[in-house]
Design a protein around this ligand. Structure first.
Ligand code: IMP
Length: 427
């Protein structure tokens, strides 16, 4: 049976966690394929908000198996905290969470290298979450990394110490001041590794998934971050260090391209971005402030305020095409209630020409967004549960997007809770 993918189409924070949680009842297995604790997937139900960083968003469903794939990078210290946060709930982690032996580990010194690199960049910094993501993927591609399977070896502490010492030398040579105590960091890491070994099962996840597919198990691959943060196709260098797009699911889980089924693309009814980098439709006025306030636009991982702006359909279409999205899901339509006029970017003025594709540079000096205006809606959408209740101008907004990107919108979300999800009839 084919594997379905769920991906963010903007700069992350689209609401992937909520949709995975809503869709999980249709699936036997939920698998994360890239990223790490830079992600913050928020799930809300029965009045409780849960934020997951590394653990797949199917963990609260008793029947789902959750897999952390080889493409993910794991910080054992954060992973342990996440596991401990699950303890008040009746979840048998040992039987419902499996971790790939080929996933790479984030060392405490990877986090220090991230901080040192950002400090050294000064005002040109990426705005990283400082979770050590970039340095860990650098060690992976540089063939120096430590993988989960290594901690099953008797000499794992020596392997760890060798890489840690190399990192400490690198940090010293970077000439930046960082405040840390390496013995404390080592001890926290050792404790977390022991905790991880005693509480979760390590597997060869590509073999597990291949067998699951042959046995017709239904699998959903859960992406992290968003397409515009992809290392190849995002707004480089202001991106994360993994492939957040559909191809990342193939390499991050060991799934062949011809085994991919539906590709669900998640986007917000407007746009947000956290961290540095170009954002053509960003708003610096009251409208942007209102979006941020009403939408509670603060990072789930870092608490940083997110930058807000109008929906960029040129960028959305790009993401739909790169990922082969088959169905769209629009989040946070409720946040736009009350605006008389809504703007959507439908073209760019780029180096003196009107274009309809994402160019090499989104630098604001070279590119100006061109907008189409649409009518807004007054109604509060948060209590609506059925498509028939949605206002006509909201439906027009949805239809305009579908027409521009030539892809149907199957779900509109009108609030953070599981129940605030409207399935649209696409027949
Ligand atoms: P890093 O992946 O932590 O190095 O961060 C690189 C860039 O990606 C920064 O601009 C971060 O703010 C952004 N980023 C990383 N993870 C997420 C996420 O899960 N949501 C939104 N932005 C993210």
């Amino acid at each position: 049976m084919a594997i379905d993918l769920l991906l963010g189409l903007q700069w992350g924070d689209e609401g992937k966690g909520k949709i995975v949680d809503v869709l999980t009842k249709k699936y036997d297995i939920i698998a994360r394929f890239q990223g790490g604790p830079n992600a913050g997937h928020t799930l809300e139900f029965e009045g409780i908000k849960h934020v997951l960083h590394t653990i797949p968003s199917g963990i609260f469903h008793p029947k789902a198996m959750n897999i952390v794939g080889n493409g993910v990078v794991i910080d054992p210290v954060i992973f342990r905290e996440e596991l401990e946060n699950l303890s008040p709930f009746d979840i048998n982690v040992r039987d419902s969470l499996l971790v790939s032996r080929k996933a790479h580990l984030i060392l405490p010194t990877h986090r220090l290298l991230d901080a040192a690199s950002e400090k050294a960049k000064g005002s040109a910094k990426i705005g990283s979450t400082l979770k050590g993501i970039g340095p860990t993927y650098m060690d992976k591609t540089g063939r120096n990394g430590i993988r989960v399977g290594d901690i099953e070896l008797p000499q794992w502490k020596e392997i760890y110490s060798a890489l840690r010492d190399k990192h400490l030398t690198m940090i010293k040579n970077m000439n930046v001041v960082l405040d840390f105590n390496i013995t404390d960091l080592d001890n926290a890491f050792y404790d977390a590794i022991n905790y991880m070994k005693s509480s979760v099962t390590f597997i060869d996840s590509e073999a597990y998934l291949s067998t699951a597919q042959k046995n017709n198990q239904r699998i959903l691959a859960e992406g992290a971050q968003g397409s515009l943060l992809d290392i190849d196709f995002g707004t480089y260098p202001f991106v994360t260090s993994s492939n957040t797009t559909a191809a990342g699911a193939c390499t991050g889980l060991g799934v062949a391209p011809n085994k991919i089924g539906e590709v669900y693309g998640i986007f917000k009814a407007y746009t947000t971005r956290v961290g540095s980098g170009p954002f053509p439709t960003e708003l610096f006025d009251e409208t942007g402030e209102t979006m941020g306030r009403v939408g509670h636009e603060f990072g789930a991982t870092t608490g940083r305020a997110r930058r807000c702006g109008w929906l960029d359909l040129v960028a959305l279409k790009y993401a739909v095409e790169i990922n082969g999205v088959t169905q769209l899901m629009m989040m946070k339509g409720d946040v736009l209630s009350g605006f008389e006029e809504l703007k959507v970017c439908t073209a760019y003025e780029y180096r003196g020409k009107t274009i309809h594709h994402l160019p090499y540079s989104l630098n604001e000096k070279e590119l100006t967004p061109q907008y189409t205006s649409l009518s807004g809606w007054e109604e509060d959408l948060t209590k609506m549960r059925d498509e028939s209740e949605l206002p006509a101008t909201f439906n027009d907004y949805v239809a305009f997007i579908e027409d521009y990107v030539q892809t149907p919108i199957s779900i509109v979300s009108v609030g953070p809770d599981r129940s605030q999800t409207i399935f649209r009839d696409l027949t």
